[in-house]
Structures are given as C-alpha cells and as structure tokens.
Design a protein around this ligand. Sequence first.
Ligand SMILES: Cc1cc2nc3c(=O)[nH]c(=O)nc-3n(C[C@H](O)[C@H](O)[C@H](O)COP(=O)(O)OP(=O)(O)OC[C@H]3O[C@@H](n4cnc5c(N)ncnc54)[C@H](O)[C@@H]3O)c2cc1C
Length: 593
Amino acid sequence: RHASRDEHVQSKTYDYIVVGGGITGLVVANRLTEDGRSTVLVIERGYFDDSPRAIVPYWANFLDTSVMMNPRSAPVANLNNATFSVPVAAVVGGGSVVNGMAYMRGSKADYDAWEELGNPGWGWNGLLPYFRKSTTFIPPSPEAAEQWNMTWDSSVYDHGPLRITIPDFHYPDLAILREGWKHEDGVTVGRDIGAGAGPGLYWALETIDARDNTRATARKEYYDPVNSTRPNLHLLTGQTVDEILFQDLCATGVRMISRKDNRTSEVYARKEVILAAGAVQTPQLLQVSGIGPKDVLNAAGIKVKKDMPAVGANYQDHATIHTSYNLSHQSFPNPDTIATNETYNATVWEEYWANGTGPIAAGSGSTAVLFSLSQLVPFAGPIAEKLLAQKPDHYLPSVYSFPPLLRGFEAQRKILAKQYSSNGSTVASGAVVGNGFASTPFLKPASRGTITVNPTNPRGLPIVQYNTLMNPVDGDIILAMVKRTRTFWAKPELAVVGPVEVTPGVQYQTDDEIMFALTTKGFLVPGLAHPSCTCAMMPEALGGCVGPDLRVYGFENLSIVDASILPMIPGAPLQATMYAVAEKAADLIQMRA
Ligand SMILES: Cc1cc2nc3c(=O)[nH]c(=O)nc-3n(C[C@H](O)[C@H](O)[C@H](O)COP(=O)(O)OP(=O)(O)OC[C@H]3O[C@@H](n4cnc5c(N)ncnc54)[C@H](O)[C@@H]3O)c2cc1C
C-alpha cells in the first residue's frame, strides 16, 4: 500500500485544504482531484495503519484504541455522573478503519427531515444518487443466498468505489433469531436495508470488499487506488491542524503541529478550507479559531471572530442499551467458539488465509431489526404529544437560551413528534447478535449535548457533554426498548437456545427498577461512536452553522463536510450516510469552483 507524499509543505498553496483524512475527507479529496484541474492537500492527524486489525474483517469485532483518540466525556448527570470514553478515530481512513463495518442507510423519513429543516436537495431523493454513486454491492454467493434466503435490491447501488456485501458466513443459531423476529408482532421482512424503507427485519450489509475479503475502508477504496496516479492529490499524516487562518472573514489556510517534533507550519488554500475532522474535532477547531459561543471562547482566552453559539450545540449520538443473555444451548460453532475453542480458532484462521472464507471474513452484524415507535409501544401518540407539550427550553443545555438554537430545536421537535407517530420512521433497533449479547441503540433522541473547548487547555481534548436522558421522553422510549427485548427472548421460538437474562437482570422489573439498573450499572451508554450534528446544516435563524451549500455562515472559503453537519441523526449507524454526504459535498464544492 502507498505512503503519503509531500512531507515539506510549509507555506505552500493548494486549491483546497481538507482537514481530516477520514471518511468524508478522503471521499471529497478523491472527487476534487478527479479531473486533474485542482490541487488538494489532505491533512490527517493519524498515520497509515497496515496492521491486520485494519484489514481483516474479524477484527472489526474489537476496538483498536491504538489508532483512536478517546476523550473522556464530562460526567453524565442522568447516568449517575459517570464519564464515558468518546471513541474518535485518528488514522488515515478515519472511522472506516476502526468501525464495526455495519453499512446501513437511514429511512427516507430521516433524510426528508433534513430537507424540511431548510436544506433543499438533502432529502432522500436528493441523496439517493450519492448513496448509489458511492457504492458497489457485491452479492453473496448463490449458495449462501439460497441457504439463508437473502434478499437485496441492486437498483439502490451502482459502481462506486466503496464495496459492500452480505457475507456468506453466519453462525447457525442466527436462523433461530431471525425466525423469532419474523414472528414478532408488526415486524415485516424488508428486501434491502439500503432502500430507505424504514422499520423491518433485514440482512445487514457490511463494508467488506468481497474481491479480496478485506475491510473496505475510505483509504482502501477512495485513496489507495488513485494515490500513485494523481500528482495533484497530497496527503500529510501525523499533523494536527490547530487553527484556521483568516484574512478578515475569508479562510486562507491552516496552521498545523507535527506530532513527531511539535513543529508548527502553515499552508494556504486558494479556493477553500474544507473541514472533515469529524463531529467532535470540527466544532473544537472552529472554536479555537474564534468561531463559537462567545462565553466559551472568552473563558478560554480565545479572541472572538464570530459569536456563534450553534458551533458545538445540537450534539447527538445513539444512546445504547446493553442487554445480554446467556444462551444455555447454543449450536456449534457460535460467536463465542473462536475465543473458547483453540482447534476451531486455528481452523478458521487457516480457512481465511487459504480461501478468504469463514467467520474471519465476516463481522458481527449480519441482521438488523428496526422498529417504529408504534411497534414498540401501544402509546406512540401520547409520547409524541408529551414531547410537543413540553416547554421548549425545559430540557435543553443553557446554550439554548440563544433564540435561534431554541427555534431550531422546536422545528426538530415537531419532526421528531411526527417520526414518533409514523410507521415509516425508525426509532429503535432490536437485538440480533447470535450469542445473546446485544447492544440495542435508541435512534431518535430528543436530548441534545454540546462540545466545547476546555477553557484550561483549548487545544487539548474538548469537553463532550452527552446530556443523555436530559429529555424524559428518551427515557420512556428506552424503557419500552428493554421490555421489547425481553418479550423477544421469551418467545417460544427461542426456547431452543435456552436464553437466561444477565443484564439488566430479572430482579429489575418495574419501570423504576429497570431505569435504576440502566442508569447506575452501566447498562445504558450515551453513544455508539456516532457523534454528529454539532455544526448543523440549517438556516442560521434556526441555529444552523452551514447552509445547504455547506459553507460556514459569515465566512468565505470555509466549508464543512463531515458528520457535524447533519441536522438530525439518522436512524442508522453513520458511515453509509457520510459516504453519500461527502459525495454530494464534492459535487457542491466543484459546482462553485
Ligand atoms: C469505534 C467506532 C465504531 C463505529 N462503528 C460503525 C459502524 O459499524 N457502522 C457505521 O456506519 N458507522 C460506525 N461508526 C461511525 C463512522 O465510522 C463515523 O460516523 C464516520 O467515520 C464519520 O466520518 P467523518 O468523516 O465525519 O469522520 P472520521 O471518519 O472520524 O474522520 C475524521 C478524521 O479527521 C482527523 N482529524 C480530526 N481532527 C483533526 C485535526 N485537528 N487535524 C488533522 N486531522 C484531524 C481524524 O484523525 C480522522 O481521521 C463507528 C465509529 C467508531 C469510532
């Protein structure tokens, strides 16, 4: 694999500077250099990772913290003041190198909500061409497809760089779990999770390149294939951008610090500085550069360029319940066998190296089950009404005293209430990992967190306030999710695997008891590594930071393309969305060139 080029960049000028070589940064850099007319410098804090952990699909079951930053969150008041690690990638390829490889698009309603919030062209119809442009679906083998009755819809994929597939290998008990979900009230079997249809039971796709049975990352699919043939594409590794440079209100370049020797250097952009540093780092970078809430900047001794309270507000993630069951009668092999049986372990690794098949060629997520709120509770309408009846500023962080942010939240709240009442919108995910341990993410939170610079060390790790369960409506839905998981495992179809509840534990039965267990024993965590929405694409009058053209309000030549621009988190893990967002971003940026 290729290394980076251009170690000596001090004072050089490029057409575009892209801050962050993760998913969105590498997609945008690839597209902007395609016609050979523009020069692009990508600046990435991390390095290339060629270790097996970054390549072999099986390792996606484990967190590789060696190529991540893990800021500790601020104490979460409603989770017993516990603090949590915030997983953020720091490697060429960003999240695509360390993530769980689940490739899931949100439902049509998720993206139509973005359009409704003042972003023409960002609804499902506007994004579908980019979902297609970014992906090539490689079908499973005909044998696996027949054995498992797998379905897909080729029309929602095309011939894009990112290879995705449904792996051939699944543990035998998955069939029992899928059968259980099929017989669950209201759960319909969907043809393809990528078609935006919303709630249902699906085969989950994974970012695995079935041509060579390795992880499909932004680096492998968008950077490596073009690196050696595009002299106009430059990637610098091991450099942390710590300030955006301006001439008046026009971004002219960035300053960066080398991780090797702490030397600082500056580089300049003729056309645009494009922020792709992710939803945790982009608001921090704007704030250290003087763009953010005035009080936060003043407290950190940063000169205010623009008082912009929306930078770092609106923070969303998928709070996740850790329910787990001991399965007394699992088949052989099962997801635990690799770790518990040496012979099996040796055999499957041999199989992978010889043929690229078997459990090492797959991740853990082969099935997804998604619920609308009405499939979870008989009282979806009242929950929506409860949300709408709240005094708007009642359950929000203090920065929402800024009227545009509050108005924006009110607009989001109306949409959330509509989504809670609609059968076409996903609100929660169900458990489908074959060994009884299942993380079930809550997909449509009403609580809002914040990301701000640390006043005592603004260039260090930012302060991440999750504010989980700040809005009590979130608690109502999370409770319903636990109950749904319990009714699932109690189904007669599942008796054959002998499920015994471990967490939260059968001793917790009433609502108060369940909530107590979730919030004090670590069974509810504030996120699933899906930080987003911290520089939202919405009108400025609604607390937005960028418009539908992705330019930061009030500045010239400064755009954002990463997960911070999502106005509301979609009901799915984020990478599929981010590949499509970045493809669309590249088109928008090129159109104004
Ligand atoms: C552990 C983990 C598991 C996940 N699992 C899944 C999953 O299974 N499915 C799914 O769909 N999504 C998953 N995600 C989420 C998904 O990977 C992210 O949403 C996606 O990568 C976001 O893309 P991005 O371009 O916004 O940011 P990233 O891909 O994170 O890229 C940001 C890049 O910017 C760099 N950077 C940051 N600050 C600076 C700076 N100041 N200077 C220079 N460089 C900088 C970072 O090092 C990073 O490489 C997971 C994420 C993580 C961390």
